[in-house]
Design a protein around this ligand. Structure first.
Ligand SMILES: [Fe+2]
Length: 238
């Protein structure tokens, strides 16, 4: 069916509906674990079942619920840890020889090329990982939602620019793999998000910032469903 070099396997783990992803390079049997956290035994077991060797760890950002399994996973596998340099500086945590990247860098996993995008907003060095026509978005973009911007290092102005860039630069049929299962469905396409993700409807930065910081959390509940531009207008929120 597909001629792509990789497969993405999702695991929902821990008490915060985190998605941990295993990226499988089909030819080499190498595996990159994205945001190892919570139940490392299950991650290791899944890799074993799939006959994969964990060689890389990719971090979307440094929040506890996305990184709390790194050390335990490294006891099972000698893997290279990748993250963006600005996130490493923000985190101020010692890692043993991490691979520090800039936005646009390519990471080679066997025959699979993974492009790391710098997508600040939730944290200063938040990253998305693009593989072919799929993208792992961490806490930047959720299905019908986006990451909060009120925590340390967050910036709703940066998030506005990040989402605008994603809208303008990525293909509409790109498949999204978010960092949490907060929606009525686990995955979506960028085109569906442009239609139904309220954070994609704002063209004005100040209005976006107001919605993200002061309105969203008291007007919507999980699981997030689609919200059209028209619905936002009718509710006087756009
Ligand atoms: Fe986060």
């Amino acid at each position: 069916m597909s001629d792509s070099a990789f497969r993405v396997h999702a695991m929902e783990l821990g008490p915060m509906e985190n998605f941990v992803y295993l990226v499988e390079d089909i030819a080499s049997r190498r595996c990159a674990v994205v945001d190892p956290a919570w139940e490392v035994g299950r991650i290791v077991e899944r890799a074993r079942q799939l006959d994969l060797r964990v060689t890389d760890i990719l971090l979307t950002h440094s929040h506890h619920d996305h990184i709390n399994g790194i050390e335990e996973l490294l006891e099972h596998a000698s893997a290279e840890v990748h993250l963006l340099k600005p996130e490493y500086e923000f985190w101020a945590h010692e890692l043993d020889k991490p691979s520090l990247h800039h936005g646009g860098d390519e990471i080679e996993l066997g025959e699979t090329s993974i492009r790391i995008l710098h997508t600040p907003g939730h944290t200063p060095g938040s990253a998305c990982y693009q593989l072919g026509n799929e993208i792992i978005t961490g806490d930047t973009l959720f299905v019908f939602g986006c990451g909060r911007c009120d925590l340390s290092g967050g910036s709703p102005e940066d998030m506005f620019v990040t989402l605008k860039n994603m809208k303008e630069r990525l293909p509409q049929d790109m498949l999204i793999h978010p960092g949490h299962n907060y929606s009525v469905k686990p995955t979506s396409t960028l085109g569906e998000q442009i239609e139904g993700n309220p954070f994609m409807h704002y063209d004005d930065e100040a209005a976006f910032v107001n919605y993200r910081m002061h309105v969203h959390d008291r007007t919507r509940d999980e699981p997030y469903a689609a919200l059209s531009r028209q619905q936002l207008k009718i509710a006087n929120l756009l």
